[in-house]
Design a protein around this ligand. Structure first.
Ligand code: NAD
Ligand code: MG
Length: 390
């Protein structure tokens, strides 16, 4: 119609892999003619954050790391971009007039600001899957009450979202999440026992942040995605399937009662899912590589192996138990992952820690409110850390 109002967008986790791609996509979708960047947030890397804020014309840049406030302020001196820091700074970014928020902080640290933005009515482009894993029903409820729309950015969930026929829900049979299998798809348990973070972070198909790359190697990423899908699409645990698809061309599928399976395909490039979310409900042109089927020649599939990748079994357990088990699984995993990165925890030990903590906290009642999630999260972290010290 010609007179398009600009969309006001905040990017939480702007300095990360998804954040950088989001700024690239904003540029492709019209840049400052189409978007007004309200707030960008980052963590320790304030120089990069300041550069992004100036380049995108952001109103405010926020570092989550309070000790970096001075450095951020200095980097922004004379630019006209405001600086803020810490939890209150993140809340300031969340509570601006945002039409949309890209939630791309890594880990449970992203939950509070995303919840605040959702409650305020912003559309949520959700990369931070941990929001749904830890607090699925509460988070979805906040989006609903705020009146915004949630558009998944995780490639698998974007795929499902793109082919999910809500009007056919009564005929929905299953959601099939594809998994590349990561760098250790063909490794034995014995071979995986001694791998280090440098080896585990080398993903065959996707270029991503450090933590999600290692989670892909252990398949904890797929475990989180199973819980994410269950919440996002209101599925029963048994409706969530996982299939290994090493080429990462089919990003996920939906199966209906007539035997039809709908899939979304594309090259493995997160900008497709990000662009879909930012342009929603339209599709807009993106300069990503196109699929060349003759060159691809084939697509392979195999069953996932829950013995070599126990994270998948733990996800199933958490889905069946329900309640706070997702929050517990994720928090314990985050502690084990940090320890693995620092060389204090073995690769296979991560799942052992998560399972032990899930067992110890299996009796927690359903969350009545978000405080219950934070309590369960903190308790799971404490138990995981304690176990790792032994
Ligand atoms: P990343 O590590 O590259 O970036 C993380 C961002 O969060 C950075 O901006 C960092 O400064 C910020 N951050 C880190 N710790 C923080 C804290 N304690 N408080 C506030 N901010 C903090 O991560 P990423 O790969 O971009 O992933 C971001 C999220 O998107 C994750 O939840 C991940 O699972 C999800 N995701 C990523 C991809 C991908 O391709 N990278 C794909 C699907 C989903
Ligand atoms: Mg994914």
């Amino acid at each position: 119609d010609g007179i398009m109002s600009k969309r006001r967008i905040a990017i939480f986790g702007a300095t990360g892999s998804i954040g950088v791609s989001t700024l690239d996509v904003i540029g492709q979708l019209g840049g400052r003619d189409a978007f007004e960047v309200t707030a960008l947030t980052g963590n320790a890397n304030v120089e990069a954050l300041a550069r992004q804020a100036v380049a995108s014309g952001a109103e405010i840049a926020v570092t989550a790391d309070e000790s970096r406030y001075g450095a951020l302020k200095e980097a922004l001196a004379g630019t006209g971009v405001d600086a803020a820091a810490g939890p209150s700074g993140l809340m300031e970014a969340a509570e601006r007039e945002n039409d949309m928020v890209m939630a791309a902080i890594v880990g449970t640290a992203g939950l509070k600001p995303a919840l605040a933005a959702a409650a305020r009515g912003a559309d949520i482009a959700l990369a931070n899957k941990e929001c749904l894993v830890s607090a699925g029903p509460l988070f979805l409820d906040a989006v609903k009450r705020g009146g915004g729309t949630m558009i998944p950015v995780d490639s698998e969930h974007s795929a499902v979202f793109q082919v999910f026929e809500e009007h056919q829900r009564q005929a929905l049979e299953r959601v099939i999440i594809t998994a590349s299998g990561g760098p250790f798809r063909n490794k034995s348990l014995e071979e995986m026992r001694h791998v280090d973070a440098a080896t585990a972070r080398a993903h065959p198909n996707w270029s991503m942040g450090l933590k999600i790359s290692i989670d892909s190697a252990s398949m904890f990423n797929k475990a989180l995605e199973m819980l994410e899908a269950m919440h996002l699409f209101a599925l029963k645990p048994e409706q969530v399937e996982v299939v290994i698809h090493p080429q990462s061309i089919i990003h996920s599928m939906v199966g209906y009662a007539d035997g039809s399976v709908l899939a979304q395909l594309g090259v493995p490039d997160m900008r497709t899912a990000i662009g879909y979310a930012l342009a929603y409900p339209k599709r807009q042109p993106l300069a990503v590589d196109r699929l060349d089927f003759a060159r691809l020649a084939r697509l392979d599939f195999e069953a996932p192996d829950e013995t070599r990748f126990p994270a998948l079994r733990l996800a199933r357990l958490a889905m069946e138990r329900g309640g706070l088990q997702g929050a517990v699984l994720n928090a314990a995993k985050e502690i084990a992952l940090e320890a693995f990165i620092e060389g204090r925890c073995g690769f296979l030990e991560m799942a052992e820690v998560a399972e032990a903590v899930m067992e110890a906290l299996s009796g927690l009642p359903e969350a009545a409110g978000i405080e219950d999630v934070y309590t369960a999260d903190a308790e799971a972290r404490r138990l995981a850390a304690e176990r790792l010290r032994r």
